[in-house]
Design a protein around this ligand. Structure first.
Ligand SMILES: Nc1ncnc2c1ncn2[C@@H]1O[C@H](COP(=O)(O)OP(=O)(O)OP(=O)(O)O)[C@@H](O)[C@H]1O
Ligand code: SF4
Ligand SMILES: [Mg+2]
Length: 348
């Protein structure tokens, strides 16, 4: 049985907005995101390049200011806290970036980089910090000897392990992993993903797992949230979103995967044409309408409301879409080919 405290989401975003000013124009990188992340949950956040995934992650980490909406951490709004309490709260939420050079100082040894957050937060004695950093390096599959090296003396996969150790040193409860394996080759990706899964099981962590790779996201996540031009379009259990996508954008992303993610039946491969519109001037109504193969007049006039299509599976589209394309209406917004049936998907 869960306690009341456990029912409070570890992270909650409500109508979250982040704007940047670019050349005198407002660029809304995150536009009205509402979602929760539960304890010990992995929420995958997927979408094309430029859809606002990293900006959302950076907002969670307090690295970019909010332009609107609310973020609560374990039910607490950090703006209600003093500076010291806010820092303590935010230490429970850490980020692993795609590029380890963003977190590792080339002039510091690996051990010093892992220790640094403990120094900044004034935690533990010098001897204890050293021991804690070595313990974490070992936990991520490295040794004390790796700790004496500089970042350039490690491989890309080893550097990413160091970034993970550094993110864990303050004992966080939630990690935002932003394309954390994207720069690694396939074999190393698998190793680091396995490490993250093991850490999650052993430490009871929650993840926001940001990636443009739906295959990886589907494999790692309990739930998937699909983002387009700053907003979510679909959210639900990972198996449901990947096997039974109910938003045309999700279905198009899935059909563009080199390996079929959907199993069981043959389907059309839909390749979207056109670029992501500029977030400085998003389309009216449904923002996907300029590329949506299913768009109708109503889509330009009205933004779709969220609808629950199955328990916990919600979609923002005016129409019931079952993942099968009406080829007669697709026109020039997508090109169509066929995809062989994927492997059967076992019922969970
Ligand atoms: N500091 C910034 N100043 C101005 N615009 C920014 C800034 N950071 C991001 N943007 C813009 O915000 C939008 C969202 O960018 P973001 O990096 O969040 O996308 P993303 O989904 O993480 O993309 P990718 O998959 O390429 O990493 C883009 O249009 C980007 O150009
Ligand atoms: S609301 Fe219209 S444009 Fe938007 S996804 Fe649905 S069909 Fe496409
Ligand atoms: Mg990004």
């Amino acid at each position: 049985m869960t306690t009341a405290a456990e029912d409070v989401p570890l992270l909650a975003a409500r109508d979250l907005r982040v704007d940047f000013r670019v050349g005198g124009e407002r660029l809304r990188a995150v536009d009205g995101i509402t979602l929760d992340v539960a304890r010990r949950e992995t929420l995958g956040l997927v979408g094309e390049s430029g859809s606002g995934k990293s900006t959302f992650g950076r907002a969670v980490m307090g690295l970019v200011p909010l332009s609107g909406g609310l973020l609560t951490y374990d039910g607490v709004d950090p703006s209600d806290l003093g500076r010291r309490e806010r820092r303590q709260l935010q230490a429970r939420y850490q980020m692993v970036f795609q590029d380890s050079s963003a977190t590792l100082n080339p002039r510091r040894t690996v051990l010093d980089s892992v220790i640094e957050p403990l120094v900044v937060h004034g935690r533990l004695s010098s001897r204890q910090r050293q021991a804690r950093a070595v313990e974490l390096l070992e936990r991520v599959g490295l040794s004390e000897a790796h700790g004496r090296r500089y970042p350039h003396q490690l491989s890309g996969g080893q550097r990413q392990r160091v970034s993970i150790a550094r993110a864990l040193v303050l004992d966080p409860e939630l990690l935002v992993c932003d394309e954390s394996v994207a720069s690694l080759d396939v074999a190393l990706q698998a190793q680091v993903l396995n490490l993250l899964s093991a850490l999650q099981r052993e430490l009871g962590l929650s993840f926001v797992f940001i990636t443009h790779d739906l295959g990886v996201a589907g494999h790692m996540s309990d739930r998937l949230a699909v983002m387009y031009l700053g907003s979510l379009v679909e959210i639900g259990p990972a198996g449901a979103v990947t096997c039974d996508p109910r938003h045309p954008y999700t279905a198009a992303l899935l059909s563009a995967q080199p390996e079929p993610v959907v199993g069981g039946r043959s389907r059309e491969r839909i390749v979207l044409t056109g670029e992501l519109p500029s977030p400085t001037d998003p389309p009216s109504g449904c923002r996907f309408r300029t590329r949506c193969p299913m768009a109708q007049d109503r889509c330009a006039e009205q933004a779709p409301e969220w609808r629950e299509v199955a328990p916990g599976h919600r979609v923002a589209c005016h129409f019931d879409f079952d993942g099968r394309w009406d080829l007669a209406t697709i026109g020039t917004r997508a090109s169509v080919g066929s995809v062989p049936p994927g492997p059967p998907v076992a019922a969970s």
